[in-house]
Design a protein around this ligand. Sequence first.
Ligand SMILES: *Cc1c(COP(=O)(O)O)cnc(C)c1O
Length: 392
Amino acid sequence: MRKIQMVDLVGQYADIREEVRKSFDSILESAAFINGPEVKAFQEDLEAYLGVKHVIPCANGTDALQIAMMGLGLKPGDEVITADFTFAATVEVIALLGLTPVLVDVEPDTFNIDTEAVRKAITPKTRAIVPVHLFGQCADMETLLEIAREHDLFLIEDNAQAIGANYLFSDGRLQKAGAIGHVGATSFFPSKNLGAYGDGGALFTDDDALAHRIRGIVNHGMYQRYYHDVVGVNSRLDSLQAAVLRAKLPHLDRYCEKRRAAARYYNASFKDREGITVPTTVRSCEGICDTCDCHVFHQYTLRIGGGKRDALAKRLTEAGIPHGIYYPVPLHRQKAYADARYKESDFAVTNQLSEEVISLPMHTELDEEQLAYICRTVLEFIEQAEPSSGLI
Ligand SMILES: *Cc1c(COP(=O)(O)O)cnc(C)c1O
């Protein structure tokens, strides 16, 4: 059996090797490293793929989130509601801009922001909601759009983990993750579903005026060279990364389908096993998610009950199976983001998830032998750990 990787970027490279090398050669010959034709071409390809009017490339996903908030004109003191159960980048940029992060709990089944908790957290100072499409499927955007409309709030999608996912509205309409709210932010970090060979990110919006502001902000607030109309940052996608992304984009749907195939294999092995909860797909997709594309499984995340998660992690390590705990500490308990306003009882789900979640290897190159070995190892552990469950 081939060695199991958490993410296998080497295997994926084989497919696009010729194309990437050819583009790299031409970029090296032309020396158009920043804002070269590759960046523009990738931007247009991604606009077409997402069905969004404007894609603005930038240096990484964290910057994309920060620039979205700058572009919307959020000011110190403004409250921004986001999920307690996410990667710290989401809340980091809120704090960095002097805005007030308001963390709320998530749903136990989808791991995504709890819309009821969002409603409860709204105050006269609230200006924006940042749903994170965690592990590859959209938060409940239909409800969030409604809340945003009712309270006149901006909806900023953190789409770092769900590029390529569709969102199914109750009227049957499909829209790409990240292209639903006022503005979407994504990351092209190498291990993301659409990953560069270094850092990268982008913003998406249909709003012409916002797109214009953002295009200035990413480039020192300049619309004309050396005329700085707004305070900006230096956040650009370089041409070499754009070339990689451009080569990969036509394969993105296939990559996502391979991830889903691995997820289906895991689901079939683990479902209905006591002590294991498999990830749930969104309500609107119920029953059809085996064939539709609403979940792109950036991570395949199990919940292991009964306090056995850490012992399973140890067993997997012994068996040579990489795994991840995303995320071991809820954000409201992080030193940097702790706040006297937060009550533990408001974060019951996140607190429990942080003790139960474990993510299994998930990428485009997993083969059946590897998947079978991973499933066998997990099931053997569960059966031994729970002799009374009758699973043996
Ligand atoms: C990866 C990630 C980011 C940050 O992206 P970078 O490109 O690493 O800056 C933000 N939010 C979430 C949810 C992520 O997973």
